[in-house]
Design a protein around this ligand. Structure first.
Ligand code: G1P
Length: 294
């Protein structure tokens, strides 16, 4: 009897950082709540677009990791009706119901100390339980080049690969120092058997260690912003947290991904789509322009 692969039902989105790269606006608005004009013409907070992406892939429950003091603003957005509800058009009132319905799928998880991306992911351990889960960055949004959304693509590939998976995209050498990067062997169309995962390499390191054969010079595979991970990742994160093993002052995810990859193997998947970063002023401005016109 073949072992059946657990369906991925849960998604985790870390949204508990200070957003210092978006200072000073992030003093008053969580960067995950900054607006983007979506394809339907609505001005939506970034987090909503990410939640919708997860749901589009068949995810049933979404855990958003936030700071405790931010619980009210996220709860208000996804659960409360606005004070001016009665003044809204029927269509917008209906949209409020839609948001509440989305909210019913969301659990807010808290990170008590802003100790890094890996630490934020670890805060979802109890809620995730014993199931593989989809991890989505809190500051990336996506546009698929094919009919299936990006989340659907990665979840479908997970069912075939049956091991942890990182969605990747081609990143030019000039930008690689901003992103996590993988290298390995191309084993099939768009699938990479990962042998290294490295956080924000400089170009010289990337040239020396992270070139994937068959790819152009000075092009690398960087994190797309979507991962499907087995719960073993929490053991590695916990180990680092217990040992206070910080990198650049924080608990990072990437080094734990690398350990997970060595233990269980990991596949990279070249996503058929584009991701749009919103986490830095210049890229956010560009995303505002490009996302809707896509
Ligand atoms: C995180 C990840 C990194 C990824 C990046 C995308 O870094 O650690 O691997 O490429 O997000 O924005 P951060 O942006 O939190 O520094």
């Amino acid at each position: 009897m073949t072992e059946s692969i657990a369906k991925v039902r849960k998604a985790v989105i870390p949204a508990a950082g200070f957003g210092t790269r978006m200072f000073p606006a992030s003093k008053v608005v969580k960067k995950e709540l900054f607006p983007i004009i979506d394809k339907d013409g609505r001005a939506k907070p970034i987090i909503q677009i990410i939640v919708e992406e997860a749901i589009s892939g068949g995810i049933e429950e979404v855990g958003i990791v936030v700071q405790k003091s931010d619980i009210p603003v996220f709860t208000d957005y996804f659960q409360a009706l606005p004070s001016y509800y009665q003044k809204l058009s029927a269509e917008k009132q209906e949209y409020c119901q839609y948001l509440q319905n989305l909210g019913s799928k969301i659990t807010l998880l808290t990170q008590s100390e802003q100790a890094g991306y890996g630490h934020a992911v670890f805060c979802a351990k109890e809620w995730v339980g014993d199931e593989p889960f989809l991890l989505l960055l809190g500051d990336h949004i996506y546009a698929s080049d094919v009919e299936k959304t990006c989340a659907s693509q990665i979840l479908q590939v997970y069912e075939q690969a049956n091991q942890s998976l990182i969605g990747v995209r081609i990143i030019p050498g000039t930008e690689i120092h901003h992103y996590g990067c993988i290298s390995g062997n191309l084993v099939a169309d768009g699938l990479i058997d990962i042998d290294t995962i490295y956080e924000k390499p400089d170009l010289n390191y990337a040239r020396e260690k992270l070139h994937v054969s068959g790819m152009k010079e000075d092009e690398f595979l960087g994190v797309f912003g979507m991962y499907v991970l087995t719960t073993k990742i929490f053991d590695y994160l916990e180990e680092n947290i217990k040992q206070n093993a910080r990198e650049k002052g924080e608990f990072q995810l990437t080094s734990c991904l690398d350990k997970l990859q060595r233990l269980e193997g990991m596949t990279g998947y070249l996503m058929k789509g584009r991701c749009f970063d919103t986490g830095m002023p210049d890229v956010y401005r560009q995303t505002m322009i490009d996302f809707r016109n896509d």
